[in-house]
Design a protein around this ligand. Structure first.
Ligand code: HPA
Length: 248
């Protein structure tokens, strides 16, 4: 039996459509996750929700306990994870408002506890990460989007930055040359840890601003918040469709 978890980012700190059944407090070998796991039902199917930044959005991207989050989800019996992320758009198809299900990533983060294979007496392990996102889950999301006539970018490269500051224009030019379409602060090490944990993980990225230097003027929180409010409705519609397709 599959069990879906949604890790919510900026703009998705609570999941109003979820009919909550219980809250689960899990202590992991890495400490506590960002929040209790919130179990509930969506479209008649069980689902788990975890707000990545914790209650009241208090954890900045580099302080999130990604290892505890992924460990706790696996401990709770989760099999599939959608990491929802608000991102900046770099390439023309990824403008504000666009939804993108990336198929690649580049990791520019540093200093984060990034592995479950930490040389703790067990043999060294190197996971294959050629395809960083679970293709089955990506294709399921894309098929739900097609059926609902939702425009979704089905490919793209997510550049994971350290934050919490936004980038310089030169950094974004470099990321573009590297092949990045999107830039965000929380995609790694989350995706790699999920792979290490054997979870089927995909990212659902909502573009909330043009990345630095891609539009005239500075990036403003007003602009980001307006995009978040509208775009997260699309994200929730996509996830509801996914849950409904599982029940059918
Ligand atoms: N850069 C990095 N992370 C982000 C951005 C951005 O422009 N927008 C939202 N998250």
């Amino acid at each position: 039996m599959s069990l879906l978890a949604v890790i919510g980012g900026s703009g998705l700190d609570a999941y109003d459509d979820l009919e909550i059944t219980r809250r689960q407090d899990i202590e992991t070998p890495y400490g506590r996750p960002s929040n209790e796991l919130i179990h509930g039902e969506l479209q008649g199917r069980p689902m788990v929700f975890l707000p990545r930044h914790g209650a009241g959005h208090r954890l900045p991207p580099h302080r999130i306990n990604y290892r505890a989050n992924i460990w706790a989800l696996r401990e709770a019996g989760v099999t599939d994870v959608i990491g929802v992320a608000a991102v900046g758009g770099i390439t023309p198809n990824c403008g504000p408002g666009a939804l993108c299900i990336p198929d690649q990533l580049i990791d520019y983060t540093w200093g984060r506890a990034h592995t479950l294979h930490d040389g703790d007496g067990t043999p060294v392990e190197h996971i294959d990460f050629t395809t960083p996102y679970c293709e089955t889950l990506r294709q399921r999301m894309l098929s739900v989007a097609r059926q609902a006539n939702m425009p979704v970018q089905g490919q793209g490269c997510y550049g994971a930055t350290q934050g919490p500051r936004l980038e310089t224009a030169a950094e974004i030019r470099r990321f573009e040359q590297d092949g990045c379409d999107l830039v965000g602060m929380t995609g790694m090490p989350e995706a790699a840890l999920a792979s290490e944990a054997g979870l089927c993980y995909a990212c659902c990225a909502l573009v909330v601003n043009w990345a630095a230097g891609k539009a005239a003027g500075p990036i403003t929180m007003t602009q980001i918040e307006a995009c978040l409010a509208d775009g997260m409705k699309d994200v929730r519609q996509l996830i509801a469709g996914l849950q409904a397709s599982q029940s059918a």
